[in-house]
Design a protein around this ligand. Structure first.
Ligand SMILES: C[S@@+](CC[C@H](N)C(=O)[O-])C[C@H]1O[C@@H](n2cnc3c(N)ncnc32)[C@H](O)[C@@H]1O
Length: 234
């Protein structure tokens, strides 16, 4: 039976209000973090809300509207932040700041502009454009409905497509480097903004939560390729 969207929203808002909000994972897709409150509402275009038990299926702005100030200690988002333009990205950082308690920590994993360029130049340490990235991109475009990915007859996948897909693929809206994401985080009030390593953190709650470890996804080069940042609300 098809449930109208507003009924679905009400059910999810009730679920959200009753949930433990100590650790929230935004844009979880089909990779919820066990023991966290996971949320994903789809993007209304490419991604549908994941049908998994326990996930709050709400658009991120609706979700945030129903979370009070100073509610959470840890926020994580993996491969999600790049789906918003810089203005909305900043708005989201402000919202994340608002819902974090004092000393709460935000962890963002996103596409790294600098490393995409290094891959384009074949200068990204431990990542070969031809051996690592190209086979993955070819597999990805086969399944994608995104016009940016589509090869026209007689074409092969070339590096310019890598960079353009980095910007547009799967609904990407803005690709950050450390300097630009740090600026947004500090403008919103975050301090102690630092680049961190894949799978690692000074906070035990944030250790080992990154999904795209290459083991499960087959993308062994991802840990060397993504931008991982942590920031604290003092
Ligand atoms: C590339 S996927 C990442 C999924 C997962 N975190 C991972 O690393 O595999 C981006 C996710 O962001 C979600 N998303 C995009 N825009 C959203 C919005 N406005 N509200 C809620 N979720 C959104 C999509 O539904 C999608 O599952």
């Amino acid at each position: 039976m098809l449930v109208p969207w507003f009924i679905r929203d009400i059910v999810n808002i009730i679920k959200l209000k009753a949930s433990d909000k100590t650790k929230i994972n935004f844009g979880c897709g089909y990779k919820p973090i066990p023991g966290w409150l996971n949320t994903d509402g789809g993007d209304g275009r490419i991604f549908s809300p994941p049908k998994l038990p326990g996930i709050i299926n709400l658009d991120v702005w609706k979700f945030l509207k129903h979370v009070q100030d100073d509610s959470t200690k840890f926020i994580s988002s993996e491969q999600f932040f790049e789906h918003f333009d810089r203005q909305d990205g900043f708005k989201m950082i402000q919202e994340w700041y608002r819902i974090l308690k004092k000393d709460g920590v935000l962890r963002i994993q996103t596409v790294d502009l600098e490393k995409e360029i290094l891959v384009y130049l074949d200068k990204c340490e431990g990542v070969s454009w031809e051996k690592d990235v190209l086979p993955h991109r070819l597999k990805h475009i086969e399944h994608s409905t995104d016009s940016y990915c589509k090869l026209m007859p007689g074409e092969k996948y070339v590096r310019a497509m890598l960079l353009n897909n980095g910007f547009h693929m799967d609904g990407h809206r803005f690709i950050y480097d450390f300097e630009s994401i740090k600026m947004s985080l500090e403008r919103a009030g975050f301090t102690d903004v630092k680049r961190v390593e894949f799978g690692k953190s000074d906070h035990p709650q944030l250790q080992g939560i990154d999904y795209h470890d290459g083991g499960k996804t087959g993308r062994h080069w991802i840990p060397k390729n993504v931008l991982l940042v942590e920031a604290t609300k003092k």
